[in-house]
Unconditional design. Structure first.
Lengths: 331, 1199
């Protein structure tokens, strides 16, 4: 039997397979099914600072409109009670910790410096074993330089490193000019790991209403290539843990991620398509593949096909591009 | 002091009632609704009564239903109560007689309110409770918030001990809505007054098959009378039992009360006797007069039934020579009002038995509908009593220049000695009232002193002004009247300085706080001349703050309440400022914590920023402007409007004499158009280059503030006024122009028009054919344009198809500028109705939102056309509206039949041609504009010929002519519209509506379905869908919405349409036209978005699309007149294309349950989705049903 254990962010995991943030990790009952299927850890859905803020301000506006204006109707709705968005999310963290025996990684997407630290502390206090910083940002402002955005992000990592004691992962986008350098700096700033990559949902247009609309397309195995390349390039070249996210749909995809150098392999779309139990299929498939190919352990296989490990590291870089074009014959 | 709290009278009574009850049957009615709302919320939160069970709080379909449930619960041995007022109490009367006759303990708490007579009024007087005085219920009257709490307890205790049911009442608004610092009875107090043995005895008397008895028998002449007298001992025992309860309460709390209470000189010669909150003003007056050496007194009656005549006689000093009994009710034709007659009877009896000499007793009326009652008025009454011939049957507080009943009052007599008196002017939307309520609570909590808050609201639902009257004093505050000499005045909205005399109530040397958009050194120059003069004359200390900026910078756009509250504490010495600020912070955390941390944070930031932004206004030595306050109406308004309406608008309605008011409650229509409120900060501006002529903006505008006209492009009016226009797209009518115009002073800035506008710029999609823009740069130009637009001749009504959206919107709305909420979902339907049929419509309007924005003084949106025709409107009651409308229909039909008969009989005198033409008119047949005009021309000719016949030598002919003259209008088709909300149609008026729909008569019913009782604040009705949270359904509505259309369909001959104007405007317009054309009953169920849904009202109309797409609100028309082998049920919407949750998630009323009870919310939402699925399946089956035997067209009632 191949030893599947791995270490990610300093957390000892039974296998590299982590269920990443999705609606499936937003409910305790499906989280339990993921655990039963063999997930080594779970990443809870991101807590978005704007969600908390906007919902509160919307609620304030909706519940005060028309009030104290007209003698017959000084209010129009019962006073809202119960949990707000933050309370509810923190309860999910606490309930998940209570129900599951595996590491629980909370994900956070802040918009203000105060928000990042406030909510990070709250998530840790609620029981999160680690934090994943979902740094979803588009450099849309022509006035912002790449350097300034990177400096701001690194400052955030340093700040949070000082605020919380649990391991920190940073989920980044692939859109950095010097990604390897940046990941090294993230690690230096105190991050225990980097997740490659955040998969941005791209907006679309409704041609009838001329409205920009959000879309949600699940990933495919073809999208594995991008994170696979970067995990392979980063392996052994940076000091922090590496998690591969995006495009892991089969056990072969997971095997590739390990071979490229991922300490953890995250999957979302495949589980949304096939259900939580599919994680077990991936796990057994990975184990079988490693077994059949006579690997003793994940540790042995990890990074064995990384840029540092292959005979021709250039195949990860321009050579790969040139070769593909050379071999392309068209339809 | 932990045992003192600042609460209002409703909460004070409700707390006791909840702790003392097992079954609470409720129904909304102002001003009692908050008592029921509190109980519903407490039960939903799992709070228990004194016996550790959660009371069952159940909403009924009417007050009659609540009383029936109360009767049943009490009959079964439960501790039962209810809350009501006014018409609600009247609906309970039949059961009250039964409950009392059966000696069944129960309590009704009443926030006493005027009974509707010549007009509805939500405000306080005793006409409702006086109507209940013959029911046999004991009646306890509270005169303050503290008494409302204490007497609620006494009522619950005494009913159990005596077996006589108790009606406990206090004055609507003055007590029910006044916030005061009181000591609510503790659980131990309640337990000490309510004996478990009485409860056990009550339970043992319960109807029980284990111990069967017969109750509620029918009796005959032989025994009924004797049996009726059998309860006398129980009634006789009540005063002693109440005294016992009061004594126990006094021992525990130190608050000692009697059945009556006399305050005044022991050797008084003149005494006033009264009940209720008026005691506050009366005591102040008497104490002031005593200090001046006058021998006067006041006697407060607390137990009214059984009438404590002996106690009154005993309490009245023997020296009293003259008594004035003040009644807060009117009983036309009676020898006196009820309390006066009771007092006379008691004193006469005492005199006849030589117990004491008979004093002179006079009676008078005061305070109807919360009319101010001040110490000066009490002094006037006592002064009259001291005259040689005291006035009897007088009124005080008004000027009666018709029957000359009123006493003269010297307003300079004041007794208000509160240490701090403050008045705040704000808008409902800015949170002023909420902040002041918090201030009262904070001062009550943090000092040993007393605080009082009373709040006066506008009659409009949008842009309404609020005036807060606050008092603070170390001693208990008894001043039950508005603040007059305020030493602190705050104006929270700069624009109000131009509309209202905010400094009228400022005392000399008072502090004046202004929320000003201008810097301190330039604010002065922006003040109207009257304000500058008052500041100088009264030597006011003026401070300014730009609260809107502070609020905006703190993330609280528009909500200036916290900022102004901090300024109030900073400028007064109510509390040390640091203590006050910490208390405000604590109140913010408490009040807003449930809405989320960011809301708390924003408010805390505003608190920190407020002080630094406050500055003293430099006051120059003289006025610097000639600009005066705006006139309330234009100088071109009618004489009545100038003389009456303008005074009411100016806040001077109290000064109007009796002669100024109509004798029968009948007012002219078309008055909202003269009231220019200029509420909006942004208004829609039209870009004709982008417009696609869809007319949706005009169709959906809730306030008729966007208009469309199709007109001659060569119009000089348009050219002279530089009125924008564009070519009208029409194959049938080429060469015309179209203009869209905003009424800038009437727009509320709700933004609904912009939200629905489908036309976007080809180069920049954010730019639509109409965009909201700041009003200031556009106001004058748009005013001039709207003025020209009104003078612009549009195409005649008959030219465009009125059953099309454009055709309808090209017609003049005869419902305009209502005071409904900004973005109201109801009013577009009424406007459409007025455009299509307004010149020939009688409207019976059920009480509710539509009767308030339609008929609440001072102005009405119902208007008239150039010929003076327009909707004729009336409101009868809440419960009887369908019957009221049916009565109109029957009257019309009878009158029409009579007219036709008389025309026929006068044929030889009128001319055969005219007679034949008139008799050819079939009033049951729908007609177009041209036919209406032709029929009216015939009638005009008839009127001319009848005028000649009126003096005919043949008296029989002349008499027929005179009989026919007032009926000629009925020869032209007129339609009856029965309008109301879902509270009426689904609940309280359901029985009547069902009967009217089953009558076969030609009435059109329009149900403005907001799925809650909107007017009273959003209580659940049977229209409220499953899973929605509403008041009275705080835990989420458990069962599905009633399908009103399906019920009506069973009659077979009722035209039914379910519409949503924001989702399918074409279907809506079509449905209105078909309904009007159908000669039998028609029912339109119109989805009406409402602020009680917790939605962004800017999207009020587009949100309706999702209601339809999700299947939440399917659109259909059931046309019973379809021919054989057709499908009369037309499903006008497509199969649901989005999940219900997408729609529900956008509404606060559905989102709430997810917060408070997520698991329950999930279950209820799943059930709601199942409701939608099931209804859609059912409707699709209905749509497939082929009619093989058409219903015969209704004939009953056709003249």
């Amino acid at each position: 039997m191949t030893d599947l254990s791995t270490t990610y962010l300093g957390l000892e995991l039974a296998s590299p397979l982590i269920a990443s943030a999705s609606p499936l990790t937003g409910r305790v009952d499906t989280l339990e099914r993921l655990e039963d299927a063999g997930a080594a850890a779970v990443v809870l859905p991101s807590l978005f600072e704007e969600d908390v803020t906007d919902a509160a301000l919307d609620r304030q506006r909706l519940f005060t409109q028309g009030t104290e204006s007209f003698a017959e109707a000084l209010t129009y709705l019962p006073e809202p009670g119960g949990e707000d968005e933050l309370d509810r999310h923190l309860r999910l963290v606490a309930d998940t910790k209570a129900a599951l025996d595996l590491p629980v990684i909370a994900s956070l997407n802040g918009t203000t410096r105060g928000g990042w630290t406030h909510y990070a502390t709250a998530l840790v206090d609620a029981g999160a074993d680690a934090l994943e910083l979902n740094v979803y940002g588009i450099g849309a402002n022509p006035g912002d330089t790449a350097a300034s955005l990177e400096v701001e992000l690194l400052r955030l990592v340093r700040t949070l490193r000082e605020e919380v004691t649990v391991p920190l992962a940073v989920k980044i986008s692939p859109y950095f000019t010097a990604l390897s350098h940046f990941v090294a700096q993230v690690a230096e700033a105190g991050a225990d790991g980097v997740v490659c990559f955040n998969r941005f949902y791209q907006p679309d247009f409704d041609l009838e209403t001329l409205v920009v609309t959000p879309t949600l397309d699940l990933s495919t195995s073809a999208e594995l290539r991008l994170p696979l390349r970067w995990i392979g390039l980063l392996h052994r070249r940076v000091s922090c843990s590496l998690a591969l996210s995006t495009g892991v749909h089969t056990c072969e995809d997971a095997a590739k991620a390990v071979l490229a150098g991922a300490d953890a392999v995250m999957t979302t779309s495949a589980l949304l398509v096939h259900g939580p139990e599919y994680l077990g299929v991936l796990l057994r498939g990975l184990e079988q593949w490693l077994d059949e190919h006579e690997y003793e352990s994940v540790a042995q296989a990890r990074g064995s096909v990384s840029a540092e490990s292959v005979a021709d590291p250039a195949s990860y870089e321009r050579a790969n591009y040139r070769q593909v074009l050379r071999n392309f014959t068209g339809a | 002091m932990t045992d003192r709290e600042a609460i209002d009278g409703n909460e004070a009574a409700a707390r006791v009632a909840f702790r003392c009850s097992e079954v609470i049957a409720i129904y909304p009615i102002t001003p009692a609704s908050p008592m029921a709302e509190h109980c519903d919320a407490w039960a939903a939160a799992g709070r228990t009564n004194l016996w550790e069970t959660v009371p069952e709080v159940i909403e009924m379909q009417s007050e009659a239903g609540a009383a029936g449930t109360l009767h049943g619960a009490a009959t079964r041995g439960a501790l039962a109560t209810t809350f009501t007022a006014s018409q609600g109490l009247l609906l309970m009367l039949p059961n009250m007689f039964k409950i009392a006759g059966e000696l069944t303990p129960a309590v009704i708490h009443v926030a006493a309110r005027s009974v509707a007579t010549h007009a509805l009024s939500i405000f306080g007087d005793h006409s409702d409770v006086m109507a209940a005085r013959t029911t046999g219920w004991a009646m306890l009257a509270s005169g303050s918030v503290q008494e409302a709490a204490d007497f609620a307890l006494v009522a619950h205790a005494a009913t159990l001990e005596s077996r006589v049911p108790f009606l406990h009442f206090f004055d609507g608004f003055r007590t029910s809505h006044e916030i005061a610092t009181i000591q609510p009875p503790t659980d131990a107090d309640i337990a000490a007054l309510v004996d478990d043995d009485w409860i056990a005895a009550h339970r043992l008397r319960a109807l029980d098959p284990d111990r069967p008895v017969l109750r509620g028998t029918a009796q005959n002449p032989d025994v009924f009378f004797q049996a009726r007298e059998a309860l006398n001992p129980f009634v006789d025992a009540v005063p002693t039992i109440v005294e016992g309860a009061l004594a126990r309460l006094g021992e525990r709390t130190g608050r000692r009360y009697g059945l009556v209470e006399y305050v005044g000189a022991p050797d008084a010669e003149r005494v006033v006797i009264l009940m209720g909150s008026a005691i506050g003003a009366a005591r102040e007056a008497v104490e002031a007069l005593l200090a001046d050496g006058e021998k006067v007194g006041v006697l407060q009656v607390r137990l009214y039934r059984p009438f404590p005549g002996a106690a009154i006689v005993a309490a009245l000093p023997e020296t009293v020579r003259a008594v004035a009994v003040l009644d807060r009710t009117k009983e036309p034709g009676a020898p006196g009002e009820p309390l006066r007659l009771d007092v006379v009877a008691s004193l006469a009896e005492a005199a006849s038995r030589a117990i004491r000499p008979m004093p002179r007793v006079v009676g008078g009326r005061y305070g109807l509908s919360s009319k101010e009652f001040t110490p000066a008025m009490v002094r006037a009454v006592l002064a009259s009593l001291g005259s040689e011939e005291p006035r009897d049957g007088f009124t005080v507080g008004i000027v009666d220049d018709v029957t000359h009943t009123s006493l003269p009052v010297d307003p300079s007599f004041t007794t208000d000695r509160a240490a701090t008196r403050a008045v705040f002017f704000g808008l409902g939307s800015d949170g002023t009232v909420g902040a002041n309520k918090q201030t009262v609570k904070i001062v009550g909590q943090h000092t040993d002193g007393h605080a009082q808050g009373y709040f006066v609201y506008d009659s409009k639902k949008s842009g309404s002004m609020t005036v807060s009257h606050l008092r603070f004093d170390p001693a208990p505050i008894r001043s039950t009247y508005l603040v007059h000499d305020a030493d602190f005045v705050a104006c929270h909205q700069f624009g109000l300085l131009d509309r209202v005399d905010v400094l009228e109530r400022a005392a000399p040397g008072a502090t004046f706080l202004i929320n000003s958009p201008y810097p301190p050194d330039s604010t002065w120059d922006h003040l109207p001349r009257e304000v500058q003069e008052a500041i100088l004359e009264k030597d006011l200390d003026v401070h300014v703050i730009d609260a809107h900026r502070v609020a905006r910078d703190s993330g609280l756009a528009g909500q200036i309440n916290i900022v102004m509250q901090v300024c109030c504490f900073a400028l007064t010495d109510l509390l040390p400022l640091d203590v006050a600020l910490e208390a405000v912070r604590a109140s913010v955390r408490s009040a807003y914590g449930k809405r989320g941390g960011p809301v708390v944070d924003a408010n805390l930031a505003a608190i920190d920023a407020a002080q630094g932004a406050l500055a003293r206004l430099p006051v120059p030595p003289s006025v610097t402007t000639d600009r005066r306050r705006r006139l309330p109406v234009g100088t071109d308004a009618s004489e009545f409007v100038q003389r009456v309406t303008a005074r009411i608008l100016a806040g001077e309605g109290d000064l109007l004499p009796v002669s100024a008011l109509p004798v029968d409650g009948t007012f002219p229509t078309g008055t909202a158009r003269v009231e220019k409120r200029t509420l909006a900060t942004e208004i829609p501006i039209w870009d004709p280059e982008i417009c696609i002529d869809c007319a949706r903006c005009a169709l959906v505008c809730p306030h008729a503030a966007i208009r469309m006209k199709i007109h001659d492009p060569e119009s000089t009016v348009a050219a002279d006024a530089d009125l924008p226009s564009k070519p009208f797209r029409s194959h049938d009518h080429p060469g015309l122009s179209l203009t869209i115009q905003v009424a800038p002073d009437d727009c509320t800035g709700c933004g609904v028009c912009v939200d629905v506008c489908p036309a976007k710029s080809k180069s920049e999609v954010k730019h639509k054919a109409i965009d909201m823009e700041p009003i200031a740069p556009h106001l004058e130009r748009e005013r001039a344009r709207f003025d020209a637009f009104l003078r612009l001749d549009g195409v005649p009504d008959g030219l465009l198809d009125p059953a099309s959206v454009k055709g309808a919107q090209a017609r003049e709305p005869l419902f305009e500028f209502s005071g409904a909420c900004a973005g109201c979902g109801e009013t577009p339907y009424l406007k459409l109705l007025s455009q299509l049929f307004g010149d020939r419509a009688l409207i019976a309007n059920a009480t509710g939102c539509s009767s308030i924005y339609g008929g609440n003084l001072p102005t009405t949106p119902w208007g008239t056309d150039a010929a003076g025709r327009g909707p004729a409107w009336s409101n009868s009651l809440f419960e009887d509206n369908a019957e009221f409308g049916l009565g109109m229909r029957i009257a019309l039909d009878r009158q029409s039949a009579t007219a036709r008969r008389l025309v026929s009989e006068l044929a030889s005198h009128l001319g055969e041609d005219l007679t034949a033409a008139l008799l050819a008119i079939d009033p049951t047949v729908p007609i177009d504009d041209a036919a209406v005009a032709a029929q009216r021309a015939l009638v005009e000719e008839l009127d001319v010929r009848l005028a000649r016949l009126e003096g005919d030598g043949d008296e029989a002919v002349a008499r027929r002519a005179r009989t026919l003259m007032p009926l000629t209008g009925t020869l032209v088709r007129k339609n009856v519209w029965i309008v109301g909300g879902d509270g009426w149609a689904y609940d309280i008026g359901a029985g009547g509506l069902d009967h009217v729909l089953g009558s076969g008569r030609d009435v059109n019913v329009l149900v403005l379905d907001t799925e809650v009782y909107s007017n009273t604040g959003g209580q659940a009705s049977k229209s409220t869908p499953r899973a929605a949270v509403a008041k009275f359904a705080s835990a989420g509505k458990r069962n599905a919405k009633k399908d009103l259309g399906v019920e009506a369909r069973r009659y077979g001959d009722v035209y039914i349409a379910q519409v949503a104007i924001g989702a399918n405007d074409i279907q809506t317009v079509k449905a209105f036209s078909e309904a009007e054309a159908w000669p039998g009953p028609s029912l339109i169920i119109a989805y009406s978005t409402c602020i009680a849904h917790g939605i962004d009202m800017r999207t009020s109309m587009t949100h309706q699309r999702d209601a339809v797409r999700s299947g939440y609100w399917p659109l259909y028309r059931f046309h019973p007149g379809a021919d054989e082998h057709t499908h009369p049920f037309h499903l006008d919407s497509k199969a649901p294309s989005i999940p219900l949750s997408t729609f529900l998630d956008a509404e606060g009323r559905y989102a709430m349950l997810g917060r408070t009870n997520p698991d329950d919310a999930e279950t209820l939402r799943a059930a709601a989705q199942a409701d939608v699925d099931e209804r859609w399946r059912y409707y699709t089956q209905l749509a497939g049903i082929e009619r093989t035997l058409p219903e015969p067209l209704p004939t009953d009632g056709a003249p």
